[in-house]
Design a protein around this ligand. Sequence first.
Ligand code: ZN
Length: 455
Amino acid sequence: MSAVYLTPGVRWAQRRNLIFLSIDVTDADDVIADMKPTSLNFECNTKQSNKKYQVKLEFMKEIDPEKSRYAVRPRYIQMILSKQKEGPYWERLLASKGKVPWLKVDFEKWKDDESEEAQPAKVEKISNNSVKNVTATPVRQNEGQTEDITEKKCTDNEMKAELFKIVEILGRGKGIVATQDIKRGTIVYVETPLFTTRFNNGLYSIMDINTKISGLTKDQYAQFMDLYDPEPTSEPLLKNIRLLNANSIGEDGGCSVCAVLSRLNHSCLPNSLWLRKDNQYHLSAIRDIVSGEEILINYIPAFLTKSEREAQLLDEKSFQCDCSICSLDAAASAANDVMRMRVRDDHRTIEEFFTEVNRHSNVKYIRKHLARIVQLTFACIDIAENKLKEQAGLFVSEYNMYYKLHCFSSLGKTLKIKLPNIKSPEYYLDRQREVCSYFGQSFNELNKPCSFSVK
Ligand SMILES: [Zn+2]
């Protein structure tokens, strides 16, 4: 007897280089996704109800099966198909014309096809007349595309409301958009989180979260419930957890949820950075932000290759990044990956040396390695400043690098080791001070004098 197959609902959206498909099957198991350039054969079972689902799609144009991927989620199968040729939007998904009942546009992910020239008009729309220099606003493609504003009333008196607005961002829920030009180093916003939960062995406690949520005031609770819910129609009992997962700001040993800062969207080339100071989060502009531009942070470490970033974002945040770095062509993207890996590897070597010296202060070891380590540090700073500039992670890292050069310079002086091209320890303290100002951190807070003592 042949199996009876059900047809699942399929939602789709596209970008110039991608097709997003969501196949709505809860608890899918034994998934088969046979991707060919012009077709997709999908089959699965379900764990609980033992139903069988099948759908076959013949595409209007070609996809690249090699670059296409999928992930099985609790309530759907998420696919990201790479178009064979990047270009204008496909007129429809399927080769055949006419409607099929199981296929719908995924409006949550949908974003209109826009050429780069078309974008300033959009920006003008959200920036309104009170904003200067609107026509000069260089919004990067794929980032910060905004639609009609829904202004959010923020009761938090710490809010520098004049600097930004919370608006609907096409395909991304709500986001934060600058309403005036913001200089690098500006503290854009300071916020006390709605609540913070601590991890226990890397896991959070649902009981603790529920206790924290039930302790919120009515206003705070309304702010929490208004945050982005990736699956608003799913199980209401799990809503707290979904909201926490989708909106938490990570930190060592715990996470927080903020009414405003949890709205920040991601870019691998962010223009802002948050730092926790005591019980508050400080959002700083790490480069100049122009009026109308979306304020973006990096959800993940800076020194990841494109495929590592894709995997981490898909796994942890269920989306694919289309920022300007992730949209580089293949050659530029590969070159970018090489630089990131280089900084990451060299930084590790420098850290190891640093730790070793801190721990043992072994003069023989220092004499043997210091000059080479200084050269590696120079090379990392060169990549950070000249090739990958404006990366939040790099600024922090640069800060570390300058701190290290400060220490290495002191060490070289003390031990009379010849270090070509190295400047005085004071010079690197100045550079450190400058980099601190980029991310709104006061120099005095972070400044530590050279910690090495030579035995
Ligand atoms: Zn990206």
